[in-house]
Design a protein around this ligand. Sequence first.
Ligand code: C2E
Ligand code: MG
Ligand code: MG
Ligand code: MG
Length: 292
Amino acid sequence: HAKDNGRNCSQFFTRGIDDTLQERIGLENALHHALKQQQFQLYYQPQVDVSSNKMIGAEALIRWIHPEKGIIPPDAFIPLAEETGLIVDIGRWVLESACQQLRAWTDQGMDGFVVSVNLSALQVQQPDFVSDVCQIIKRCGIQPERLDLELTESMIMRNAEETIKTLKQLSEQGLQISIDDFGTGYSSLSYLKRFPLDKLKIDRSFVNDITNDPDDAMICRTIISMAHNLNLKVIAEGVETNEQQALMRSYGCELYQGYLFSRPVPASEIPALRERSFEVDTNPPASTILDY
Ligand code: C2E
Ligand code: MG
Ligand code: MG
Ligand code: MG
């Protein structure tokens, strides 16, 4: 039985790999082309402070606007861009584009608005990364405090000493640093204390189940209280229901990002959302109050 399975399996894989290789080469060429032809676009997802019910900033999320295939999400091309190194150029374009947008919004009177940008490991490891970032900020004439850089735990842990140095330089310039997808990696909060951080983004996998899984609720609650003790802000990712929001709020979480408030939208829709009040029901539903 095992032998049969093994043979079938390897046949299956051989064919699979050929297909995949062709696909990859096609996709890689298409990505180069997309960058040159300016087929990338940044969408922005509101980040809401529920103490004021206002959007205080937005996360820039890349989209590939393909002439035939339509809108392609980042998960379909960022991993290959990382493997091939093209992420360095794409990442620079993202920073430049987000900073230009922030400049335009500031000119329209959106004072204090913060834009968050996702980084990739390879990008941060470039020797000229810090000077690149500083140049872009200077050229766009934006205040460094208005730019928030998102890194994941695994990115930081992979090359911890180098990354600490890089982040310290950026933090000294006034930029904000956030840990994305927090809770999915292996870092401890006490270890993270060595990094110049401003904010933790609690991964949406925890937030998702918070109203019916006591373990996830406990994890969220613990992350929030420890983060606050370390003077870090906390933002809940992937908040889809008012119950999730209300429960996170009862744990002390002040910042939210998720479909409950808004999906990622084209930049042109942000100014109107900035004016809006994001009212929420602040009472956690009795059935979901987990008591421990
Ligand atoms: P991320 O940085 O964790 O971004 C949050 C993702 O969660 C986004 O997916 C967003 O659309 C989605 N999301 C937000 N609220 C909700 C919700 O309530 N429910 C659910 N189910 N999902 C929600 P998106 O835009 O597809 O981006 C996926 C990932 O791609 C990002 O995860 C980030 O890791 C990466 N990415 C996006 N833009 C860039 C970029 O410019 N550079 C790099 N290096 N990576 C990027
Ligand atoms: Mg992010
Ligand atoms: Mg995230
Ligand atoms: Mg992610």
